[in-house]
Design a protein around this ligand. Structure first.
Ligand code: FMN
Length: 398
């Protein structure tokens, strides 16, 4: 009881502006208009964030310290109070041992930097097409509209003239199709290819195959793990004969059944091709972890563990450091990991479940093979923020 009276008095002294600070360690406060992040906090320190209107206290909240880093999304936690407050005080205190105040911070809310808004969610689907006489272009535009995708045209560095396309002669197009190593150069490139999970890939059929410039395109990027859905236009030849060639240049992608369209292709035909090739589920689920104004985006695997976790979201998770290798957070609900292999060798950026303890583990260092560890996903954005994950972290589908 005495402890709490002493604590209350001391906190009140602080709140009233009486500075009893003793600077024991180089603690750093990073404060924005939405969050406080404290690094190098003394072990066991708790963060108290107080809001004021003039000298009047309008709101106060305590955050538990974790291994030297404390993150607090105070503006979110005190939404109502924010509207009536004009200044902020943040200070460290050991609530359990009542050790003296370690360090404090105060400022006018107006002076605080506004954090950058969370990155806009990119489109995960790209329609890519090559077209010399606009047939494939028209179909590609329809497909991009139905699939709500971004669109990109493969433009050859050296455009194809009508002579180049005269297939009844020894034309450029024929020579390229007959040369296994031909890779006509492309002008420009897709800068954000890593954003896309699904590529809807359109081309005219040339001698039963995709033009060689399509091979140039596929070999120019890391297509590993992406789903490629081919479509074509042609005089009469179907698309199926061209798929093997595509699969041979991107063996680590899923190349689905193709679609041959014409000028009169209806939206419903496009939709049924997309549906019958599991277009929607080819777009990966992602999780956003948010703490202290930082965000980490994790691309999920398509397995029971990841799907079962995704179904639990949104969640507030309490992360703590483990072993100088990973940040861990315990789940309160049972997760289904029935299809998981016996173990994995985790790498930096791997998001996992440790089945034996029922905790999530996000690795910021490579580690040895561990049985009972199941892969859930990989960090796509924000690898640099894993080490400062601490305290309450919001996890939601992204
Ligand atoms: C070199 C060349 C070879 C072609 N080979 C075939 C073929 O094997 N089968 C077919 O049905 N059409 C073939 N065509 C016709 C094109 O596939 C058709 O005109 C296509 O719609 C053109 O698309 P684009 O306007 O997007 O360039 C060929 C055309 C060219 C230029």
């Amino acid at each position: 009881m005495k402890k709490y009276i002493a604590l209350t008095i001391s906190v009140l002294l602080m709140i009233c502006g009486i500075d009893i600070t003793s600077y024991a360690v180089e603690t750093e406060f990073v404060v924005t208009a939405s969050a406080v992040c404290v690094t190098n906090a003394q072990s066991g320190a708790d963060l108290i964030v107080a809001l004021y209107h003039g000298t009047q206290l309008t709101g106060v909240k305590t955050y538990n310290g974790m291994e030297g880093t404390i993150s607090a999304d105070y503006a979110d936690d005190m939404k109502e109070q924010m509207g009536i407050s004009d200044s902020i005080k943040a200070f460290l205190w050991n609530v359990k041992t009542l050790e003296p105040l370690i360090k404090s911070y105060s400022n006018q809310i107006n002076n605080l930097p506004i954090p950058a808004p969370p990155a806009e969610k990119p489109n995960r689907v790209l329609t890519v097409y090559f077209s010399c006489t606009n047939n494939t272009k028209n179909l590609a535009q329809k497909i991009a509209r139905v699939a709500e995708s971004d669109i990109y045209e493969i433009v050859p560095e050296e455009p194809y003239t009508s002579e180049d396309l005269n297939y009844n002669s020894d034309c450029r197009a024929n020579r390229e199709q007959n040369d296994a190593n031909a890779r006509p150069a492309i002008a420009g490139k897709v800068e954000n290819m890593k954003d896309y999970d699904v590529i809807l890939l359109g081309y005219p059929i040339w001698w039963g195959q995709a033009p060689k410039i399509i091979y140039t395109f596929l070999e120019s990027y890391d297509m590993n793990g992406k789903t490629i859905m081919p479509f074509c236009t042609s005089g009469s030849t179907g698309i199926s004969g061209s798929l093997q060639g595509l699969r041979s240049v991107c063996p680590d992608s899923t190349v689905t059944a193709g679609f041959r369209g014409t000028v009169s292709t209806a939206d419903t035909q496009i939709q049924s091709w997309l549906d019958s090739n599991n277009f929607s589920s080819a777009i990966a689920k992602r999780i956003r972890l948010t703490a202290g104004g930082n965000e980490i985006i994790i691309k999920l695997e398509d397995n029971n563990t990841a799907n079962s976790l995704a179904a639990m979201l949104p969640l507030n998770l309490n992360f703590e450091d483990y072993n100088g290798t990973e940040k861990i957070a315990y789940l309160t609900e049972q997760i289904d990991s029935s299809d998981a292999p016996e173990g994995i060798t985790p790498e930096k950026g791997d998001f996992t479940l440790y089945v034996l303890w029922g905790n999530l583990a996000l690795f910021y260092q490579d580690f040895r093979y561990s049985s009972g560890l199941v892969s859930i996903g990989k960090v796509e954005i924000g690898l640099e923020h894993i080490t400062s994950l601490a305290g309450t972290v919001t996890a939601e589908l992204y």
